[in-house]
Design a protein around this ligand. Structure first.
Ligand code: UT7
Length: 334
């Protein structure tokens, strides 16, 4: 049967061409966090692996951080910003329901006229973005895409809540995705479990707050143990499924870069995946905290810059968080 609609195809494959991060300058120690919660440096290190984290300045926005990371990623990729046809901003902390952060960032980085949208997939947002950009580069929707994971979680955290105050932090990481002659982004294994939507949530909606402004502005709330159990129980299986889908064995990995949620979750996934000791593992959480959508690109940049992982090496990514949502894929490092 003939169709009146013609189609386009894109590149045979897509690849990550570059990665760049932005870490705010203000270092927040565990001692400083403990001024507002009943906790200790020792407990925070032991239970989460976090030694310190970064907070953005009061006048430093999600869009500001995203713009810096994206500008540097485009420079490293060696392309002109005007060649970028798609900008995806993965974030849950851009403070406006509309307009999107992505439209502003596209304009500010010089991707004038590019398609632009935000992705609300919390800590899985960066891996969701990679999957969407990969599909669009291959299907002809764009030649180059910029995917940015960025959060200013300090604005949405109750700094007196001992269940979340020590975990969340701020930062941004960006990649450029472009055409490739060889396979460099494996099939995504992703999904959601909305039945557990209360596990990481807001204390109130902004509309509820407007109708009945209580003493506390809405902030993030987390059932830490529930999320921990889900992550340890299910996420290693998701990561294994991504390895299987890409036909890559754990022992052939050059890096494992999971979302930096908690060092103990990372260690549990290493055990479940039977990851050999020679595979380097991202442990950026120690000095960066949990930056949700930004954690994977920030950790990726650090591993490459420190020489822990080789450029062109094979890495397993997995993001998981509020929704609940998750996404995992094997990629070739830029
Ligand atoms: O990024 C999105 C996805 N998020 C995650 O993956 C986070 C997943 N969850 C976690 O990482 C962990 O659940 C936390 C790090 C948030 C908490 O660690 P936990 O080992 O699950 O602590 P817990 O809630 O089971 O509490 C253990 C004990 C309790 O004391 P008792 O009842 O054993 O005496 C708590 O009262 O630790 C106590 N506690 C604290 N003590 C000092 C809880 N929070 C604190 C604290 N400081 N901040």
């Amino acid at each position: 049967m003939s169709s009146p609609i013609s189609s386009v195809t894109g590149a045979p494959f897509a690849r990550i061409m570059s990665v760049a991060g932005y870490r705010p300058s203000r270092v927040v120690t565990n001692e400083e966090v403990c001024e507002r919660i009943d906790s200790s440096d020792e407990w925070i290190r032991e239970r989460s692996g976090i030694i310190e984290r970064r907070y953005a300045a009061a006048d430093e926005s999600v869009s500001d951080m995203a713009t810096i990371a994206a500008t540097n990623a485009i420079r490293k990729a060696g392309i002109d910003p005007a060649q970028v046809g798609l900008v995806l901003v993965a974030s849950v902390t851009h403070p406006y329901p509309t307009p999107s952060a992505a439209a502003e960032v596209a304009f500010r980085i010089g991707a004038i006229g590019a398609a632009a949208t935000d992705i609300s997939s919390a800590c899985a947002g960066f891996c969701y973005g990679i999957a969407i950009a990969d599909a669009l580069v291959r299907s002809g929707g764009t030649t180059y895409a910029v995917v940015i994971g960025v959060e200013k979680l300090s604005d949405w955290t109750d700094h007196t809540d001992r269940g979340t105050a020590f975990i969340f932090a701020d930062g941004a990481g960006a990649v450029v995705i472009g055409p490739s002659e060889i396979s460099a982004i494996g099939p995504v294994v992703w999904g959601s479990d909305g039945e557990q939507r209360e596990a990481i949530n807001m204390t109130q909606s902004l509309v509820e707050y407007r109708q009945d402004p209580g003493p506390h502005f809405p902030t993030l709330t987390m059932q830490g143990q529930q999320v921990f159990r889900w992550a340890v129980g299910d996420m290693a299986k998701t990561a294994q499924a991504a390895l299987d889908a890409a036909h890559v064995a754990a022992e052939d990995l050059d890096a494992f870069i999971p979302h930096q949620a908690n060092m103990r979750i990372t260690d549990a996934m290493i055990r479940a995946l039977k990851l050999p000791a020679h595979v380097p593992v991202a442990r950026d959480i120690a000095y960066t905290g949990n930056t949700s959508a930004a954690s994977i690109p920030l950790a990726m940049e650090r591993m490459l810059d420190d020489g822990q992982a080789p450029h062109g090496g094979t890495a397993l990514l997995i993001g998981f968080g509020a929704g609940l949502v998750f996404a995992s894929q094997v990629v070739t490092l830029p």
